[in-house]
Design a binder for this molecule. Structure first.
Ligand code: PLP
Length: 437
């Protein structure tokens, strides 16, 4: 599988390099040179395939013979080992639950697949990889769980002190082994700036093979396309045009959906659903792209003012605004409307949506006023128990916390507290011993 840089189509690398390097030197993003359509026969029989079989078919079409089938099957088997059910509210709207993985957010798909790919690529080599990742919450938990105990790989997570939820903090700081947490006395932006600087630092690059697990890494994008096929399989029986609403921040999730469509998945329309950080909905409406500093909201995993995958959206459509807006429209909610929607979903359907998913619900409902004869699927990107503080404000009754989240509350946090300065993090990295295994 070959990939090109969005900044220079002549800059082409193989998948291994794209995954280990994360970003091309020209600061573009890697995109597949070829996006093969799946055979008609696959679509005709999709209802008979398991999720793993679907994932394998999609991955093979993208990756081709670059990874032998038997190895790719193993990678999928270990990475995609939890379900992605569509829960229908009625015959026209349902939710694709993407929170059945270890960290209870959709990012588990990307993180687990990436971990499997990296260990596949470095097996038998004497290479050690250090993943540096800045997190505002969900990414760190998924990456920590995904790479836990992966031979040859260690993860250093930077997170802003006091700015992730208590349960999210437990997910980052209680695993141990090859997972290290740095609690930074600053904001998420500080953490991200430090990580960026680390990638450019000569001394650090001499000591470490640094790699990124943020959604700029193509290894996170590929597996996120699998569940659009899996969802389609579950709603094809309604015999209506299928619409997806994707709660979005950095737009990796939506890009993966559009990739699925490019591979021939018959999806009629996508809705890019955001909170008040509505840079992309504004672009889709006006044609003007104007990144802004992010604003804090109750759907905080989508508080992004300069979405990193925006260039990939454009690349999929050869920068053709008209073609893009034919397939994708925008939608946004304020926090007040989001809370009201969460109540409405519960009152109308007895379903508890999280603050991110609820925006997708409202997006489908809005779209269906104009296109009633469709079946709409909104992505439930995380389990509501990850956002207890918001849930408690919206609902009077306490919500259920799944066991795998609950057991974390008794574990002991281990993190090193550091000032929000690159020099301190650099010193921490240079003065420690490197991995032994
Ligand atoms: C990361 C995240 C998002 C945003 O996904 P993108 O791919 O960055 O658009 C939405 N909801 C939740 C719960 C998330 O963790």
């Amino acid at each position: 599988m070959k990939l090109y840089s969005t900044n220079n189509p002549e800059n082409i690398v193989y998948l291994k390099e794209a995954v280990l390097q994360s970003l091309p030197e020209d600061k573009g993003l890697y995109m597949p040179v070829e996006i093969a359509e799946l055979e008609q026969e696959f679509y005709a029989n999709i209802e008979n395939f398991t999720f793993k079989e679907i994932a394998f078919n999609v991955a093979s079409a993208l990756i081709g013979s670059y990874i032998p089938s038997i190895d790719l099957k193993g990678i999928i088997d270990r990475a995609i080992n939890f379900s992605a059910p569509v829960v229908m509210h009625d015959d026209s709207i349902g939710t694709l639950e993407l929170f059945h993985g270890p960290s209870l957010a959709f990012k588990d798909f990307g993180a687990r697949f990436m971990a499997e790919l990296i260990s596949y690529f470095i097996q038998g080599e004497n290479r050690k990889v250090t993943i540096l990742v800045a997190t505002s919450g969900d990414t760190g938990g998924a990456v920590a769980a995904g790479f836990y105990d992966t031979p040859g790989v260690e993860v250093v997570i930077l997170y802003p002190k006091g700015k992730v939820s208590p349960l999210q903090e437990k997910q980052l700081t209680t695993l141990g082994k090859n997972i290290y947490a740095l609690e930074i006395e600053g904001t998420f932006d500080d953490c991200q700036a430090i990580v960026k600087q680390a990638f450019l630092d000569n001394e650090l690059n001499e000591k470490y093979n640094l790699s990124s697990a943020n959604s700029i890494n193509i290894a996170r994008l590929i597996p996120q396309s699998f569940y659009y096929f899996e969802a389609y399989k579950q709603v094809v029986k309604y015999n209506k045009q299928v619409v997806f609403a994707v709660p979005s921040g950095n737009f990796g999730n939506l890009t993966a959906g559009l990739l699925a469509k490019k591979m021939g998945l018959p999806i009629h329309h996508f809705i890019a659903a955001t909170n008040i950080n509505k840079i992309v909905p504004d672009y889709l409406r006006t044609g003007k792209y104007e990144p802004k500093p992010s604003v804090a909201t109750i759907s905080n995993a989508m508080d992004v003012g300069a979405p990193s995958n925006f260039v990939r959206l454009l690349a999929l459509y050869d920068n053709d605004y008209n073609a893009l807006t034919k397939d994708v429209s925008g939608f946004f909610l304020t926090d007040e409307m989001d809370k009201n929607t969460m109540k409405q979903v519960f009152d109308d359907h007895g379903y508890t949506a999280d603050p991110h998913g609820a925006i997708g619900y409202a997006a489908v409902k809005d779209f269906q006023q104009r296109h009633p004869d469709t079946v709409g699927v909104y992505l439930e990107t995380a389990h509501p128990a990850k956002f207890l503080d918001v849930m408690e404000v919206v609902f009077d009754n306490p919500i259920d916390v799944p066991d795998r989240l609950q057991i974390l509350s008794n574990r002991t946090k281990v993190a090193d507290l550091l000032p929000a300065k690159f020099e301190n993090v650099k010193h921490w990295l240079l003065s420690r011993e490197t991995m032994s295994s």
